[in-house]
Design a binder for this molecule. Structure first.
Ligand SMILES: [Zn+2]
Length: 49
């Protein structure tokens, strides 16, 4: 069964260019998650709150 109920984690990071990168499965780090944008090539650091 596939259910999204109860899942409240942010798994997408919005880049400065507006594209969203999927970060599900990426291990959270204290210094934030560095997400590479496939669209513009920028690296966005996402901080898990
Ligand atoms: Zn981008």
């Amino acid at each position: 069964m596939t259910s999204l109920s109860g899942v409240n984690m942010l798994t997408r990071v919005k880049c400065v260019c507006g594209a969203e990168s999927d970060i599900s499965g990426v291990t959270p780090r204290l210094n934030g998650i560095e997400v590479y944008c496939k669209v513009c090539g920028a690296v966005t650091t996402h901080f898990d709150e």
